[in-house]
Design a protein around this ligand. Structure first.
Ligand code: TYM
Length: 319
């Protein structure tokens, strides 16, 4: 029996942080032992917020090094970038033709931008359709993501069902994927207690140097009315169990500075080996890029076979 498939991606819009790691990347690595894995760099998605070619290039290489350093093994995982597989944007268009405006107006990202009275590019509005194409081209069983992506996976499911219904002749074209969201790390909090996010400036970078970890931890917002500093504990619990942490936090009630210092040391212990691995990959960037290129070629084969099916179904395949 063939292996089950997982697919997921991260936007090349900035530095990866520990929210990305615990919410998503760790699952990619764990699942790559048993699943057929497609993990990609969502560079076309990042374009809706980043229009600086130099930064885009750097971000792509950086995210590739991050993927390799966290332990994604190219022998087990197809690592690729979205822009190498043009079928993503092609299928996005076809999905645009079966999706209504009111449906996409319910998407969180669009509603948030609208609530802030921001000027909204079509790419932001249409973002979920490109994501549906990313996912459905590879027929994954499971899409591991953080909670903030739940709606996008649901939209992908709806879109697959709609296409299958409209173009149902000759059986289903798209498999309906399941989101995989781990409860304990569904929303990793940032230094201010809100969701850790590049756009909030409240992150702890996954490959932070010691001084950076120190600065980020010292900036964690604490409320003097609490015995246990909630935000410090929440981040600490990502790397140490409650059984270990609870007696420590109890014995240091109110001693926020000591607890933060302990968190700095624990984060350093966790991050230092990852940082070292990343530095090793950084020494041979051409080799890393060759992995990405080969992954793109492999992904393209899968995606183009699915697109051939789609073209047949919609009736444009005349020779
Ligand atoms: P992105 O790039 O914002 O985030 C990448 C992954 O990290 C997760 N994540 C978090 N999880 C828990 N707590 C947090 N604070 C936290 N911050 C980020 C995200 O949920 C995500 O899983 N649209 C996607 C990228 C994408 C994609 C796809 C994902 C494009 N196409 C197809 C899956 C399948 C995004 O912007 O994720």
């Amino acid at each position: 029996m063939s292996k089950k498939v997982i697919l997921s991606g991260i936007q090349s819009s900035g530095r990866a942080h520990i929210g990305n790691y615990f919410g998503a990347m760790k699952q990619f690595v764990d699942l790559s032992e048993t699943y057929d894995c497609y993990i990609f760099i969502a560079d076309y998605h990042a374009l809706h917020s980043l229009q600086n070619p130099k930064e885009m290039k750097e971000n792509i290489t950086n995210l590739l090094l991050d993927y390799l350093a966290v332990g994604l093994d190219p022998k087990k995982v197809t690592l690729f970038k979205q822009s190498d597989v043009s079928e993503h944007t092609e299928l996005c268009w076809i999905f645009d033709t079966i999706t209504t405006m009111p449906y996409l107006m319910r998407a969180h990202a669009f509603k948030d931008a609208e609530a802030k009275n921001k000027e909204i590019v079509v790419g932001t509005f249409n973002y979920p359709m490109l994501q549906a194409a990313d996912i459905l081209l590879y027929s994954p069983d499971v899409v591991p993501v953080g909670q903030d992506q739940r709606q996008h996976v649901e939209i992908s499911r709806d879109t697959a069902e709609k296409f299958n219904r409209i173009y149902g002749q000759g059986g289903q074209t798209f498999k309906i994927p399941e989101p995989l969201i781990m409860d304990a790390v569904a929303v990793v909090p940032g230094t201010d207690g809100r969701k850790m996010s590049k756009s909030y400036g409240n992150t702890i970078p996954l490959f932070a140097e010691y001084e950076e970890i120190k600065k980020a931890v010292m900036s964690i917002v604490t409320d003097s009315s609490e015995g246990v500093p909630k935000n410090v504990y929440a981040i600490h619990s990502l790397i140490r169990s409650a059984v270990e942490l609870d007696p420590i936090y109890k014995s240091k009630t109110g001693k926020y500075k000591e607890l933060k210092e302990l968190l700095i040391e624990d984060l350093e212990k966790f991050i230092a080996p990852l940082r070292e691995k990343r530095k090793a990959f950084e020494k041979d960037i051409p080799k890393a890029l060759a992995i990405l290129k080969a992954g793109g070629e492999k992904a393209k084969k899968v995606a183009s076979a699915k697109m051939a099916e789609v073209r047949e179904k919609i009736g444009v395949q005349v020779y």
